[in-house]
Design a protein around this ligand. Structure first.
Ligand code: GLA
Length: 366
């Protein structure tokens, strides 16, 4: 694999990494000041960094085999040939807005977080860059502030009015316990997975083409619903019955999803066994499909196949939606068996999915 030395001629000063995440419960709740329950995935983004000898920053993305240059304090040129560069430059600009002196840098990025499937490859990149920067410049920057700076990079420079779940998960979660987070107060607690269970992530193979516009539209609908109900955010609506007073059918359904989804996260965080947790995941999927309308038929099919498997406690779409990944809670150690049964059945109905389990992908020669 290409190294920092191959690209920039000598060694970096620091290395850092940050994981992608999969959200187990609490979808489209974070920008409503609600509750989420993501967990880190084994795949991560690695960054090597040093101060540059020149006046411009350079970002090399191994996956694209491209180096992009830009002046410190400016956005890297947008372009498909190195989409990583724009996130990096945006993150550095937001770090500078925090009052840190950010010099010209040489940066190498390598990642095995799947891109564009709802596993937060961009949050992993932003957090990894900020971790490297913290070490390089000995910055007084804690993990929560890293998540906040990373979120601003995403909003200001990638144009997604996202909540803070992804960046908090990448900055604070690990792969063994889920991060129960109150996105209003940022109070949080690590919660172990239910006993005897493990997480399986599968990609539906459907590209998320409408995700940015659809996402921003859902957010606007939630704000309209909160205003109509006279609350600061949908988080403040405690009972699902309260949304029935909304006259607008679309807003009523959006609000019903958010209020019920918050309740599901709180139930899971209060403690339940794998079967109970799985039941909450299944209900979450139905709500995202029917009320929030962010699923697509292929994802529904994959989720259905997962839910039918005897070793699966529950399954749902994960991330913003409009395609991308699904997550299942299955019996510990059964991920590969489940994938081996579900993939051919999904293929038979025309789907082109894959199991995002690193060891499984290695074995299958991907
Ligand atoms: C994206 C956003 C998150 C969150 C999810 C939906 O991943 O970046 O902030 O809103 O969608 O739950």
């Amino acid at each position: 694999m290409t190294t920092f030395q191959d690209v920039f001629g000598s060694r970096p000063e620091v290395y850092a990494r940050a994981p992608g995440r999969v959200n187990l419960l609490g979808e489209h709740t974070d920008y409503n000041d609600g509750f989420v329950l993501p967990i880190a995935i084994p795949q991560s983004t690695r960054v090597a960094m040093r101060r540059s000898a020149g006046a411009r920053s350079r970002v090399h993305a191994v996956a694209y085999d491209r180096t992009v240059e830009f002046a410190p304090g400016t956005d890297a040129p947008a372009g498909e040939d190195n989409p990583f560069a724009r996130y990096v430059s945006g993150t550095l600009i937001e770090a500078a807005h925090e009052g840190f002196q950010v010099p010209a840098l040489d940066i190498l990025v390598a990642s095995d977080v799947p891109i564009g499937v709802g596993l937060s490859s961009s949050a992993a990149l932003e957090v990894a860059v900020l971790r490297a920067l913290r070490e390089l410049l000995e910055l007084d920057l804690d993990d929560v502030r890293i998540a906040q700076v990373a979120q601003r990079a995403e909003i200001e420079h990638a144009g997604v009015r996202c909540g803070i779940m992804d960046q908090m998960a990448s900055s604070l979660a690990d792969t063994r316990s889920a991060l129960f987070l109150d996105t209003r107060t940022l109070r949080r607690q690590l919660i172990p997975l239910p006993e005897g269970s493990s997480v399986l992530v599968m990609d539906s193979g459907v590209a998320r083409s409408l995700a940015t516009s659809g996402y921003n539209q859902r957010r606007a609908e939630c704000e309209a619903a909160a205003a109509a109900l006279g609350v600061p955010a949908l988080r403040d609506v405690e009972y699902v019955s309260a949304v029935e007073q909304l006259g607008d059918e679309t807003l009523r359904r959006r609000a019903r999803h958010v209020v019920s989804e918050n309740q599901r996260v709180l139930s899971a965080a209060a403690g339940c066994d794998a079967r109970g947790f799985g039941t909450l995941m299944n209900a979450s999927h139905a709500s995202l499909r029917d009320d929030y309308e962010v699923s697509v038929p292929e994802v529904d099919r994959l989720v259905e196949l997962l839910q039918q498997h005897p070793a699966v406690f529950g399954a749902r779409m994960t991330g913003a939606g409009w395609g991308g990944a699904c997550v299942a809670l299955c019996q510990a150690g059964m991920q590969e068996d489940v994938a081996r049964t579900v993939l051919p059945a999904y293929a038979a109905s025309g789907g082109r999915g894959r199991a995002l389990v690193p060891e499984f992908e290695d074995k299958e020669g991907r």
